[in-house]
Design a protein around this ligand. Structure first.
Ligand SMILES: Cc1ncc(COP(=O)(O)OP(=O)(O)O)c(N)n1
Ligand SMILES: Cc1nc(C(=O)O)sc1CCOP(=O)(O)O
Ligand SMILES: [Mg+2]
Length: 547
């Protein structure tokens, strides 16, 4: 549903915003961005030239001459995530991989001039703060935000650099506590900063981090992310996210590298960028953590500078691994169109072998096949899978294995499909490598975003309709499917109770990333698999060719 706002812009344009009506959950952090498409109407009333509002983050932070942290990191992080980033520079620092050699604060009146300049002209969605060197700057920022409200404020409470240099007057704590944090949607302190905000509280365990997050929350921000990177050598990097109700433990692999300069700025900027794109807070934090983890991993061996803490690479490798994860070589989302999933019980009932069933489905037009053999012995399953790999390869159709990563490795299948209670897709990716296809079953937008963050290639979404093929399956309906598709950054295949009669209604829900239907009984609980597949194929072709 949407409503239309009309009004006037400065200069000669009038505007129309199509504003989708969204229900904002009470407990959620302020970050549901209403995505807008401004249609410019020139003086002749011509509406043919739509102007897109690109998501926009304004960073208010210090410049780092070494370009690993500060304003430079913020620009790179937003750029890598496809978000415009404007900048208000609060201080110029002379720093490199060795440390901070000098800090030159920009006069407060000129920080204010920059703020007014950007906020009065540009449509800023989210403000992210980094180095705020004085109480005066904090006060002017708060004043500007009251004058020009934005959709979300992300506060990275920078106080001391990783090299130990002081970047803000300690008196800043009062201004943080009393002025800035009450306006923040999220604050992202590391352990030292969290401790400073709480008057020196000792933080040594996950439980300490959780109680610190709750105490900081009482200062006014809607959400708190306490970063545990400095905890003594745990296996994973653990952060605590508190949304006012629940403490979530967020884990990422700990990457062994000295190229970590700018991780805090990058994380906060990525959160801001995701919020600007319309994400909810927890998924935004998860995407940001995944971004930093992947960037550190790709940059672990690069060498820039001679000091102990180098910068990392926000761009080149990431473009391949994150931004284009849906176009990983070996996976074509068009393959999801007619997704055939085997069921040994059904094929036994119709007295045919699984290999014959797979051949018949391919003959009828199946574009991808999944072996879902819940009862097979492992040895039997591997042999069956090897035969099916051969059949599928001969026809250029990818073959995935349901649940069993070991079987997929043994038969060199094209990938694996896992559900919410199977092995985590992040681990599956680590085991299979970047070239294999990974699908994840999702019933909610949060699961869909997590699947993307975990490195999946597509999601299976259902049950769209009731099914007797999978016991106790929850039905989400066409509306549930649409909600998940709209949130998903990955291509989607719909599943559950789909057949020739209802496939059109599924494919016509109107979300471009819904790429096909996955079916079991509509093909395999039938006498003639190839003709049933052909009928479904022709319905799907009819829908896609008329799109
Ligand atoms: C394409 C596709 N989507 C969803 C599923 C279901 O996977 P899962 O939730 O793990 O349930 P099982 O199939 O393992 O019972 C799927 N297999 N394929
Ligand atoms: C295997 C499976 N997963 C589902 C999910 O909702 O994730 S529904 C399902 C069974 C689909 O079989 P049919 O096409 O016979 O309804
Ligand atoms: Mg499963």
């Amino acid at each position: 549903m949407s409503f239309t706002l009309t009004g006037s812009l400065p200069h000669r344009l009038s505007f129309q915003f199509q504003v989708p009506l969204v229900t904002i959950p009470k407990s959620s952090c302020n970050s549901i961005k209403v995505m807008t498409m401004a249609t410019s109407i020139n003086n002749d009333g011509d509406t043919s030239n739509p102007r897109k509002n690109i998501p926009h983050v304004l960073t208010v932070a210090g410049s780092d001459s070494g370009a690993g942290a500060g304003i430079q990191a913020d620009l790179k992080a937003c750029g890598a995530l496809g978000v415009y980033c404007s900048t208000v520079i609060t201080a110029v620092t002379a720093q490199n991989t060795i440390g901070v050699q000098g800090v030159h604060p920009v006069p407060e009146s000129f920080v204010y001039e920059q703020l007014t300049s950007v906020l009065s002209d540009m449509q800023v969605d989210v403000v992210k703060t980094g180095m705020l060197p004085s109480i005066g700057v904090v006060k002017l920022l708060c004043q500007s935000l009251k004058e020009f409200p934005v959709q979300a404020l992300v506060v990275d409470p920078v106080m001391i650099s990783t090299s130990g240099d002081i970047l803000a007057d300690p008196s800043i704590l009062i201004a943080f506590r009393e002025e800035l944090l009450p306006m923040a949607d999220i604050v992202t302190p590391n352990l030292k900063e969290a401790s400073a905000l709480l008057g020196g509280m000792q933080l040594e365990t996950i439980a300490d981090m959780c109680s610190a997050a709750k105490s900081i929350h009482k200062l006014g921000p809607r959400c708190v992310l306490v970063k545990g990177g400095d905890l003594p050598a745990p296996v994973d990097a653990i952060d605590i996210f508190f949304d006012g109700e629940h403490c979530h433990e967020l884990r990422a692999s700990r990457i062994k590298t000295h190229n970590t300069h700018g991780t805090g700025c990058t994380l906060a900027s990525c959160i801001a960028a995701e919020l600007a794109k319309g994400s909810l807070m927890l998924p935004a934090v998860q995407v940001a953590k995944h971004f930093v983890e992947t960037a550190l991993d790709y940059s672990k061996d690069i060498e820039i500078g001679s000091g102990p803490q180098g910068p990392f690479d926000h761009f080149s490798k990431l473009r391949r691994s994150i931004y284009n994860s849906s176009v990983r070589r070996g996976f074509d989302p068009n393959d999801l169109l007619l997704y055939a999933i085997t069921d040994s019980g059904m094929n036994k009932k119709w007295t045919r072998s699984i290999t014959d069933a797979v051949k018949a489905a391919i003959e009828g037009g199946a574009t991808i096949v999944q072996l879902r053999e819940k009862d097979a012995d492992t040895r039997e399953f591997v042999e069956l899978a090897k035969s099916c790999v051969e059949i599928c390869r001969a026809h250029g159709v990818p073959l995935l294995i349901n649940d069993r990563v070991d079987v997929a490795l043994a038969c060199n299948a094209d990938g694996v499909h896992v559900g919410q209670s199977d092995m985590s897709p992040r681990i599956v990716r680590a085991l299979l490598g970047s070239e294999k296809i990974i699908g994840v079953s999702c019933k909610t937008p949060e699961q869909a975003l997590q699947a993307w963050a975990d490195g999946a290639d597509y999601i299976g979404c259902g049950g769209v309709f009731p099914t007797s093929t999978k016991a106790n399956n929850i039905t989400i309906g066409l509306s549930g499917l649409k909600t998940v598709c709209s949130a998903s950054k990955l291509p989607v295949v719909a599943i559950g109770g789909i057949n020739n009669g209802n496939a059109r209604s599924v494919m016509e829900i109107g979300t471009p990333n819904l790429r096909g239907v996955a079916v079991v009984s509509a093909l395999f609980d039938r006498e003639f698999v190839s003709s049933e597949t052909r009928k479904l194929h022709s319905v799907l072709m009819d829908v896609v060719s008329n799109k």
